[in-house]
Design a protein around this ligand. Structure first.
Ligand code: PLP
Length: 419
């Protein structure tokens, strides 16, 4: 792919924007600063991200331009979006002809599902590690189109080779039209070998949608180019303002239309995605700034190393606290990933989706610690994240204050069940 061409196209798109309004503020911070509440221990970057101060300020600058002259802003918006889109494509190392902005990963998945809706019955293969909301969308596609939704069970401890074998066998058995597979899973904080899986699927004539929601910032070269469609959030680890995500199409993408149909409808992909009506899309325009902010302050390579090493140590500290009530709090995860880790919850805490989800707010309210709780195959898990604002003290605090509370809740349930 020709990235020097991409840079030239980005420059041309920027040249079309009114002067004095295009340039981003210089990146002055020596390290990212955050507005996270210091009274709360933030250990769940994986769910909703966090936006550095400099990035918030850049978005605010763009919003001020919008509010100073809305008519002028919206007239220049497609050019601004095109310039940011081309820059993001270069940062993610993909040909800009194949990448479009979407509001979030869910919108990216919906875009793909919609494109298949009118093409006869669609059998969809998903895994039991899939993100619930995306899986439900896939199931609706199957149901509405008159196809079937098939769920492949993948053991948590399955290594890359075993996963490829399982998926290949399921494709051979069910011959689905579409495979939806996560690059990094949400509930189980593991990676899947998506490159290998997508190339096998292609030889078997199966379309692939790779959910890379967590990949930008976590994986050095995050886009799975073997996927027919790859979607990824810039508003998670990549620290863009919320509402910034991308879809990358392997082909020319002409079958794809934004979930919000607007004036771009007659345009080709990806330009038609630059038009979604009257909406605040400053998150898209600030997304390259966010990426550069981390690169120019810490460096993405150092950020990944730092968060992985921190979480190696932090997970061990939290696991030691859990060992007070269980033998083996650290599950065997087939392909673990750097900045998110899984630990078993005590007893039957979090053993259903509702139970796991129901722990987050009361736990946060009682101990002022933000964590993710998930469930998988009838077992509850605590999912830890690390980002640049975390230090080892955060995990020590969880171990000394948070884990005893979870242990008490678990013991309380066991006692009341025994009464
Ligand atoms: C694997 C995965 N897919 C999709 C999503 C949905 O992302 P969004 O809410 O930004 O659409 C998430 C959110 O955490 C996720 O973890």
């Amino acid at each position: 792919m020709d990235l020097s061409g991409a840079a030239a196209t980005a420059k041309a798109a920027m040249a079309a924007i009114p002067s004095g309004a295009a340039s981003a503020a210089p990146i002055a911070d020596p390290a990212p600063r955050w507005t996270l509440d210091p009274c709360v221990t933030h250990l769940n970057h994986g769910s909703f991200g966090a936006v550095p101060v400099a990035v918030q300020e850049e978005q605010e600058r763009l919003r001020r331009l919008m509010e100073a002259n809305p008519v002028r802003w919206f007239a220049s918006l497609p050019q601004r979006i095109a310039a940011a889109r081309i820059e993001v494509a270069a940062l993610l190392r993909v040909d800009p002809a194949h990448l479009a902005f979407v509001l979030n990963d869910s919108a990216g998945a919906s875009t793909v599902f919609q494109s298949l809706m009118a093409s006869g019955p669609v059998d969809v293969l998903v895994t039991d590690h899939g993100y619930g909301a995306v899986t439900m969308g896939a199931e609706r596609l199957a149901q509405r189109s008159g196809g079937r939704a098939i769920t492949l069970e993948v053991p948590l401890d399955a290594g890359a080779e075993a996963v490829v074998e399982l998926v290949t066998a399921a494709i051979a058995q069910h011959r689905p039209r579409l495979l939806v597979i996560d690059q990094i899973t949400s509930a189980t904080a593991r990676a899947f070998p998506v490159d290998e899986i997508c190339s096998v699927a292609r030889t078997l004539g199966v379309l692939t949608l790779v959910d890379g929601a967590h990949a930008p910032g976590v994986v050095e070269d995050p886009v799975c180019r073997d996927a027919d469609y790859w979607i990824g959030n810039l508003h998670k680890f990549a620290c863009a303002p919320r509402g910034a995500a991308v879809i990358v199409a392997r082909g020319d993408g002409q079958e794809l239309h934004p979930v919000i149909d607007s004036w771009g409808a007659p345009l080709p992909f990806p330009e038609r995605f630059d038009h979604i009506g009257t909406l605040d899309t400053t998150a898209w325009i600030a997304a390259p700034f966010a990426w550069r902010h981390i690169e120019e302050t810490v460096g993405w390579g150092s950020a990944r190393k730092q968060t992985t090493e921190l979480l190696d140590e932090g997970t061990e500290i939290v696991a030691a606290a859990l060992r007070a009530v269980m033998d083996d709090p650290v599950p065997d995860v087939g392909q673990p990933i750097g900045p998110m880790r899984l630990l078993r919850l005590p007893g039957n805490l979090g053993s259903t989706h509702a139970d796991a989800d129901g722990l987050r707010v009361p736990f946060g309210d009682q101990v002022q610690i933000a964590c993710a709780f998930s469930h998988f195959k009838g077992r509850g898990y605590l999912r830890l994240s690390a980002h640049l604002y975390n230090s080892i003290r955060d995990y020590q605090h969880l171990a000394t204050v948070g884990i005893p509370l979870l242990n008490r809740w678990s013991a309380g349930r066991e006692n009341s069940a025994g009464l």
